[in-house]
Design a protein around this ligand. Sequence first.
Ligand SMILES: Nc1ncnc2c1ncn2[C@@H]1O[C@H](COP(=O)(O)OP(=O)(O)OP(=O)(O)O)[C@@H](O)[C@H]1O
Ligand SMILES: [Mg+2]
Length: 244
Amino acid sequence: MIQIKNLDFSHGDEKVLNNINIDIEKNTTCAIIGPSGCGKTTLLYLLAGLLSINRGEILINGEEWNNCRRETGVILQNYGLLPWKTVWNNVSLGLKVRGLSKKEIEYKVSSILNELKITDLKDKYPTQLSGGQKQRVAIARTLVTNPDLLLLDEATSALDAMTKEHIQNLILDVYKKRSMTLVFVTHSIEEAVFLGQKIIIMEKTKIKKVIDNPYFGAEELRKKIDYYNLCLEVRKWLEDGESQ
Ligand SMILES: Nc1ncnc2c1ncn2[C@@H]1O[C@H](COP(=O)(O)OP(=O)(O)OP(=O)(O)O)[C@@H](O)[C@H]1O
Ligand SMILES: [Mg+2]
């Protein structure tokens, strides 16, 4: 369970987040959507402990956090892969840092590469991969450490439409197989409604609306009219006030 209480954050004189309050149940998913510059990435960085809170608090499973947490996995927009390491070595890095034995590392890395269908890429370097492949490797690298909270910033925004859907399906798949809370930032209404059990719509510095998504995880969701109706509702909230 994540509780964000009365959270404020400023970059210098600029107030970026103003009195944010959010509750996210354990093992659920939450989308954060809103116009460019409204503070989504900042909020995710605060949740990841990559920035320090000015006022208010973030509780994860009842414990207050204001720095990095071992069980939190973060995937930032640029994938964060090390260009001089192969896919295998990028994915195994977090386990090496945690001091696992060679045998455990071999087992965990080969399992996750297999699950994400990237075993054949294991000896390649990041520059030899497509955007979708890089994103799979970034996801593998984070999931291999078994996080209980996964934070994603614009995981699919650099990908073409079909690859986007594949990665969204993959994220849903890996989420369903694990006990994990997923919080993700997106610009895409479709992605927010496909992957978000709770959809948080932001405006500059603030939360504008929280929508619970009853259709989350439904079979063939993208072929259902309810899905498009909810997309329209999110769009309405995003556009409402744009002219103000
Ligand atoms: N390192 C920084 N120093 C100063 N100001 C910053 C910094 N990072 C972000 N900001 C400012 O904070 C505000 C929120 O930025 P943030 O990156 O959180 O927005 P965002 O909602 O993620 O936008 P986008 O959708 O474009 O990624 C913006 O006005 C931005 O200019
Ligand atoms: Mg951002």
